[in-house]
Design a protein around this ligand. Structure first.
Ligand code: SIN
Ligand code: FE2
Length: 205
């Protein structure tokens, strides 16, 4: 594990090849039950370039009129999110150090041209629990800053199997994905990148 400036934790090669491919099988199952949707920016309605779905009790969604939020159901099917698979729950247990479970696992799918602007994760009820993130598939350029948008940023390349954790002083650090490097992994047959973001949303007991 490496501790980056601002206290961001980075675990290169956290998952081995076998664990990555089992995780992709679980994600495929989730996408069958809860299809990828196109998230749209609050107010402008501009579509984001990533496609999303979720598993767990709560899922993160966004659209023009209701904006960023967590909800128990898929925005287009209206069905509850699929259960969080054990593979994902185990990652949370091991990396977060929390005795309570994660409630939400956001699945982001990046085509080679997709990116994600610099933002903070702040739609949760409190920020005491970490945000745990797993990269699968093609390598990306991950940008990190401080807790003010104007703070200096630096970048690392996240590879398939890497984990990143925002916790403590880094919990509200700005972060984003500048670009995907196509054909850098053979994990996903169609190419692209998947990111899993595991979070606790409500205050634990
Ligand atoms: C996110 O912050 O929602 C995604 C980060 C990533 O794709 O690594
Ligand atoms: Fe984020």
């Amino acid at each position: 594990m490496q501790i980056l400036p601002k206290g961001i934790h980075w675990v290169p090669s956290y998952l081995d090849a076998k664990a990555q491919s089992l995780l992709v099988d679980d994600i495929r199952d989730i996408v069958t039950k809860a299809p990828l949707f196109v998230p749209c920016m609050p107010r402008t309605g501009k579509p984001m370039s990533v496609r999303m779905t979720n598993c767990g009790a709560l899922g993160w969604v966004t659209d023009q009129h209701q904006g960023y939020r967590y909800q128990e159901t898929h925005p287009t099917t209206g069905i509850q999110w699929p259960q969080m698979p054990k593979s994902v729950a185990d990652i949370w247990e091991e990396l977060s150090g929390c005795a309570y479970p994660a409630e939400a696992c956001l699945v982001n799918f990046y085509e080679p041209s997709a990116k994600m602007g610099l933002h903070q994760d702040r739609d949760e009820e409190e920020y005491l629990s970490p945000v745990v993130s797993i990269s699968l598939g093609d390598t990306c350029l991950f940008r990190m800053g401080g807790t003010n948008r104007s703070d200096k940023t630096s970048s690392i390349k996240l590879k398939s199997g890497d984990a990143v954790m925002l916790s403590g002083e880094s919990r509200l650090c700005f972060h984003g994905v500048d670009r995907i490097y196509p054909d850098t992994s053979s994990l996903l047959k169609q190419g692209g990148r998947i990111n899993l973001t595991l979070r606790r949303v409500t205050k634990p007991e």
